[in-house]
Design a protein around this ligand. Structure first.
Ligand SMILES: Nc1ncnc2c1ncn2[C@@H]1O[C@H](COP(=O)(O)OP(=O)(O)OP(=O)(O)O)[C@@H](O)[C@H]1O
Ligand SMILES: [Mg+2]
Length: 259
């Protein structure tokens, strides 16, 4: 006969075994594993594995202030990108600031963990808008808890470089493309990236891809116009190094008028 105590221990042992199995599919060093994958994150990963979104994690692509990005592989052998927000180092005040006033989300209730989940869903929804507009960006695959799964930009050997790290042969063309993305995002998608710069654009096969969309806001946000002006300014300033001299304010006014 077994007591309820034994049953609980059985369940715990089973969960531990599951967690160990999940860990075995994450091919990264123990230190990163422990820093990024706390228990809830491991269990969230387990769900993505059992839903056949991910088969295993290859290696880290980037360690940012709040999130780690990994290269992963699907059960069909396709490479994908997985962005994991770390609960411990996330800036909740900043997140709430960008979520506030967005009718797609509410800021009432909400633990820190729930705010991060919302943040991930916001990044996912913003990527969906870019997909609908056919603007080059990672295509969203799944948002689950603090994990965003999206298509991978790059080749077998390495992920695409940031715009800031490449020497463009046709800067004028790329400049116009990026400004075109900003305009169409705003005019047709009601969306403003809000952290756009050469650090959040990947360059692959002669095409600029917008990334890092969690802080993207829709035009109802009280700071939307300031964010739009800043995005435009960042891009205009960056392309000065290629001898492209344009007036950011004029471009802003033109984009606003087109809406
Ligand atoms: N879909 C992707 N395919 C290939 N590489 C990616 C992809 N998404 C992100 N990366 C790489 O990971 C890096 C970090 O991604 P991202 O900018 O989204 O997060 P972050 O800046 O670290 O986020 P945070 O602001 O939370 O710190 C990028 O600079 C890029 O090199
Ligand atoms: Mg970034």
């Amino acid at each position: 006969m077994c007591s309820s105590m034994d049953v609980d221990e059985d369940i715990l042992r089973e969960i531990d075994r599951e967690i160990q199995e999940i860990k075995n599919r994450i091919g990264i060093d123990r230190k990163t594993l422990n820093e990024v994958f706390d228990r809830p994150t491991l269990l969230a990963f387990g769900k993505l594995i059992s839903d056949r979104i991910i088969d295993y994690v290859d290696f880290p692509i980037s360690t940012g202030k709040e999130a780690n990005v990994f290269r992963a592989v699907t059960p069909r052998g396709k490479i994908i990108a997985v962005k994991v927000y770390r609960i411990a180092t996330s800036n909740f005040k900043r997140m709430i600031y960008y979520i506030q006033g967005d009718p797609r989300f509410s800021t009432v209730e909400k633990s820190k963990r729930e705010i991060i989940h919302q943040w991930v869903r916001k990044e996912y929804k913003n990527l969906e808008i870019l997909k609908d507009l056919n603007i080059p960006a990672p295509r969203p695959v799944r948002a689950w808890k603090n994990i965003l799964v999206m298509s991978y930009i790059g080749d077998e050997v390495s992920p695409a470089p940031l715009l800031k790290s490449v020497k463009l042969s046709k800067p004028e063309k790329i400049y116009k493309e990026v400004l075109g993305y900003i305009e169409r995002m705003f005019v047709e998608g009601d969306l403003i990236h809000s952290d756009l710069s050469e650090y959040n654009i990947l360059y692959f096969d002669d095409i600029p891809y917008l990334i890092d969309l969690a802080q993207g806001v829709i035009s109802e946000h009280p700071m939307a116009m300031e964010f739009l002006a800043r995005d435009i300014r960042n891009i205009v300033n960056y392309f000065k190094r290629y001898g492209i001299e344009e007036d950011a304010e004029k471009i802003f006014n033109k984009i606003i008028k087109n809406r």
